[in-house]
Design a binder for this molecule. Sequence first.
Ligand code: C2E
Ligand code: CA
Ligand code: CA
Ligand code: CA
Length: 276
Amino acid sequence: AKEIGKGRCVIYDQQKFTQPEHDVSLEAAMFQAVRNGEFLLNYQPIVDAGSRQIMGFEALMRWHRPGEGLVPPSQFIPMAESNGLINLLGAWALKAACVQLKRFEEAANRPLYISVNVSPRQFRNDQFLDVIDEALRLSGLHGEQLLLEITEGILMSDPEHAEAFLKEMVARNVRIAIDDFGTGYSSLAYLKRFPIATLKIDRAFIKDLPGSIKDVAICNVVLSLAKHLNLNTVAEGVENEAQLQFLARQGCGLIQGYLTGSPLLPEQALAMLVAS
Ligand code: C2E
Ligand code: CA
Ligand code: CA
Ligand code: CA
């Protein structure tokens, strides 16, 4: 501003402030959106790699702004994480997803499971344990029907807290999945230390299958590791038959991706479930 009148300064100012100003207004809208009920959940089928039967769903949050459409989670989740709203939104998502799974299950007339994403801030929050108990109580789900998706980074940033928390999960039979497996910076040591049930192989390793020699090698090693450690495996972002065929042949148990089902509204997920 002190160099007002010089073209350069104006450009500098725009670069510096345009993005934050936009974020500030989106952030303000976010608080209002919570009150207006603009957040909803989609459910993406997770299917058996062999039979392709739906075994469960991952709950994925959506923010629908009236008149503006969907705000991508990659935009609003980090914002909610930094302003703390994720605790409120995450608690709502967990409870709503568990209650919804109960409805899916009653319609399908067989056991299913629900996978719910947990953010770093939620994981650290003292009230999170109560939220989990409340979700199980409200929905009437058994602990083993709930899978919490966390990243390697969440576990390793505070291993002591993680250890105590996971003990509580074991006591409830609530299972833990490592989301985006292989994309973090951590070692494999945590697989020895913590009671993990499932590895979710990140789409980064799936998308170039089966043509990429490196991705074939990585997936084979992960699947072999999981087999020997007695862990379930979910391949994320499966978009075509060739990927699914490869993964099924190599022993990947579960498949999630556009090929076998996109994230769906509850009524769409229900329709797919009863049609299958
Ligand atoms: P994620 O947990 O890794 O979720 C998988 C993402 O992959 C989802 O993106 C899903 O829509 C997308 N996806 C599924 N199948 C395919 C496919 O075949 N191809 C491609 N290209 N993509 C596929 P989405 O819904 O945009 O969510 C992005 C991220 O936002 C999630 O990544 C997760 O980290 C976060 N997120 C979403 N919902 C929640 C939530 O309720 N709580 C928290 N803490 N994070 C959430
Ligand atoms: Ca996830
Ligand atoms: Ca993932
Ligand atoms: Ca991911």
